[in-house]
Each structure stands twice: as structure tokens, then as C-alpha cells.
Design a binder for this molecule. Structure first.
Ligand code: SF4
Length: 401
């Protein structure tokens, strides 16, 4: 997760991060990614069931009851495990999490145990009443997925009218005083929607927008139908940089983030280097602390049946089950070769990633994408859009001091 707005337009500094000690327990949520101890943010797919049918759904969810999902009591036990382990954030996801009748009760319990609770939802079920219940449950943030404006979003989500319902869900959250933001997944089918999303953010006064790069999993698998050429991705990231700056120039300090393509970090650094070398070096240090891809390190996933995965896209690879062992024990256990590799992967990476000068701030990007495209977990990530020249030129000495 790359905080484009604060790094490119704001003045986030190493000093501000150091003031909080770089420890998970003492850091505000927006700075957690710079922590030294890297306690994992945990995505819990509370249920696989969903009322929409999105073209890129990594859980391949449908509107049906799935068997053997964690019960309410097992959910409470999971939350206790995460709180005891010191996970800072619980992200309630799905399927559609609000389909699960007890999800806000679980959210309230997690907030009471000191976790910051976030809901990732399609927004269509957030009625006015539900929004106030979300507020009461002390949910810190609601991320609503929108993959385009009007019919584009509906086509993406497989249900006519989904856009209007999601937008109403956003408005209901704002009325109830719940912090709400957008989640947009960039694909070949909606690449022309980014400017419209920025317009919507401005018109609706939405405080945060996250642009997700596609990770090839589930229905979002690696096909020409949905995957973009790296060069196109790069130009869209540049567009996001430009539109973020325009918001700032208008005095709107909207949070803008990109997620799931860690080549964005060196790209942002090189962009800054051309304009303001001193600021670029400060940002480079922050990017080093961020560390690039954190699958198996600072991001983890528990699926609807209690299986633990190195991130939400590794559903094909389980590290254990929270019904049998506490999450913390599973997370610390490096007897699984994939988990051991993800925690310390630099020597395993192949090809251009292995010699890239930006390895420290990218960490080899997304291994799920590499495996989906080539069949090899440690192969280069095909979504990297940096040129060979860019990744091989020496890093300025002051950047790594
Ligand atoms: S070559 Fe690999 S490590 Fe370097 S920026 Fe690209 S994805 Fe990241």
C-alpha cells in the first residue's frame, strides 16, 4: 500500500514516523506500514457468499450458502487470537461481509479488544440504518468497491443498479459519521474510468481512494480479457499521480493510495527525483521502512473456514487452521517453505527482480502474480513496468545511507 498523496504531495517525514517509535503498538493507523516490528494486518474473509458477481473476484464468490464457515464463537476466538498476538488491524472482507448477520457484532467485539476494524464491502447493503449500526460497532473505516461510474461498474459487478446502491451506501456512511472511501481495481475493462473516479471523489467529498492493481487470482485470472500491458499500467499510475496533485492544488487533502504493485514505489521515487531530489531522498527512506510487498510478513489472511494464508490471494496455499492452532503460532512458524521464503525472499527471487536496484523498496512485488503467469513462485512479477535501464542504474548513495 503506497500513500501517494502524503509521499508525493504532502510532507510526511521520517521524523514524524520516528516520533511514534516505529512500533506497531504505538503507531497511528496511517503510519503502521512504516513500523519496524511489522505485526500483520489480517484480512478475514468472514463469509464467501456475495450478492454480486464481479468479473475479478479473487474468492470466486456466488450468492449461495457455503459450507463449514467459522461460527460466531469461532469468530470470537479468532479475534481473541489476533488481539493476543498484537495484530493492529482486522479487515472484515468476504464475499460480502455484510451478508453475514453477526458481522457487526464481531466488529464491535474486535474493536473492544483493541483492534482497528475495517470493512471491505461492495456497499450495496449499507442502508441508512446499517450505516448507523456500523458507527455503533466502532468500525474505523469502510472501503466500498467501485470499479467505474454507472453502467461500467454494473457490468463489472454483474448486477444492474449496483452502482447506485453502492453510492447510496457511501452517502449513508457519511451521514452516519463513518469514514468511508473507494476501492477501485485497475483492469483492461475499466482503465478509462480513473478520471471519473477522481471527479466522484471530489463531488461527493470522499476522503480516501485506493487504486488496486489486479492480482491474478480467482475470477481475476491472468487473461488478456482483463490484464493490462505494463506500459499501460505505468501511464495510469502517472495519471493517478497527476490527478492527486490536482486535488492538492485545489486544497483537497484526499488520501490517495495505490495497492498491490510495488513497482509504484520506485516509480514514485524516480518521479520525485526529477523534481525535488532532497524530498526524493526523504521519501526513499520511508519506502525502505515500508519494505514493498509484505505478504507473509505484515499482511495475512484467514479465510471463511479458518485456513491461514500468506495474503488473501494465496487461497491455494494454507499454512494451518485457526480451529487447530492459534493464529500467532501459525504466523511465526516458518517450517512451511513458502512462508519461510516470503519472510526472507531476496535470495530466492529470479530474473530481473533478483538484481533490481529497487529490491529493498519493492521486495520482488507480488509472488501470486508471478506464479499465475509463469508457474514459478519466485519468477519476476509480470506486472512490473519499470525498464531494464531503470532497475539497473545505480541508486544514488545518499538514498541508501
Ligand atoms: S524488477 Fe522486480 S523488484 Fe524490481 S521493481 Fe520490478 S518487480 Fe520490483
Amino acid at each position: 500500500m503506497l500513500d501517494i498523496a502524503r509521499l508525493l504531495c504532502g510532507n510526511l517525514s521520517t521524523g514524524e514516523v520516528l516520533r511514534h517509535g516505529r512500533q506497531t503498538a504505538t503507531m497511528p493507523s496511517e503510519l503502521l506500514r512504516f513500523s519496524q516490528d511489522k505485526k500483520p494486518v489480517v484480512v478475514w474473509n468472514t463469509s464467501r457468499r456475495c450478492n454480486l458477481h464481479c468479473v475479478h473476484c479473487y474468492t470466486e464468490s456466488k450468492d449461495k450458502v457455503y459450507p463449514n464457515e467459522l461460527s460466531h464463537q469461532e469468530g470470537v476466538a479468532l479475534i481473541d487470537q489476533l488481539a493476543d498476538f498484537g495484530s493492529p488491524v482486522l479487515l472484515l472482507s468476504g464475499g460480502e461481509p455484510l451478508y453475514r448477520p453477526d458481522v457487526l457484532e464481531l466488529a464491535g467485539y474486535a474493536a473492544g479488544r483493541g483492534l482497528r476494524v475495517v470493512i471491505s464491502t461492495n456497499g450495496t447493503m449499507i442502508t441508512r440504518e446499517k450505516a448507523f449500526q456500523i458507527k455503533e460497532a466502532k468500525v474505523s473505516y469502510v472501503g466500498v468497491s467501485l470499479d467505474g461510474i454507472g453502467p461500467v461498474h454494473d457490468r463489472f459487478r454483474g448486477v444492474k443498479g449496483a452502482f447506485e446502491k453502492s453510492l447510496q451506501g457511501i452517502r449513508n456512511c457519511q451521514e452516519a459519521g463513518v469514514k468511508v472511501g473507494l476501492r477501485f481495481t485497475i483492469t483492461r475493462q475499466n482503465r478509462d474510468q480513473i478520471e471519473g473516479i477522481f471527479r466522484l471523489v471530489e463531488e461527493e467529498k470522499i476522503p480516501r481512494v485506493c487504486f488496486y492493481h489486479l492480482v491474478y487470482a480467482g475470477r481475476g485470472k491472468h487473461t488478456a480479457r482483463i490484464v493490462m500491458e505494463p506500459k499501460e499500467t505505468r501511464s495510469l499510475v502517472d495519471l493517478i499521480f497527476q490527478k492527486t496533485r490536482e486535488l492538492y492544488q485545489k486544497g483537497l487533502e484526499t488520501e490517495v493510495l495505490t495497492v498491490d504493485n510495488h513497482a509504484d514505489a520506485p516509480h514514485l521515487y524516480m518521479t520525485l527525483l526529477k523534481e525535488d531530489p532532497a524530498r526524493a531522498e526523504e521519501v526513499y527512506k520511508l519506502l525502505l521502512w515500508n519494505g514493498g510487498n509484505n505478504s507473509g510478513i505484515a499482511i495475512g489472511c484467514v479465510d471463511e473456514q479458518g485456513f491461514v494464508h500468506p495474503d488473501q490471494f494465496w487461497r491455494s496455499h494454507s499454512l494451518g487452521n485457526v480451529r487447530e492452532r492459534p493464529f500467532g503460532d501459525i504466523w511465526r512458524d516458518t517450517s512451511d517453505p513458502l512462508m519461510a521464503g516470503l519472510k526472507d525472499r531476496k535470495a530466492l527471487l529470479e530474473g530481473r527482480c533478483s538484481t533490481c536496484r529497487f529490491l529493498e523498496i519493492c521486495n520482488g512485488n507480488f509472488r501470486v502474480r508471478a506464479e499465475a503467469a509463469s508457474g514459478r513462485v519466485w519468477a519476476p512479477d509480470p506486472a512490473c513496468y519499470l525498464t531494464d535501464q531503470e532497475i539497473n542504474a545505480p541508486v544514488p548513495v545518499e538514498a541508501v545511507a
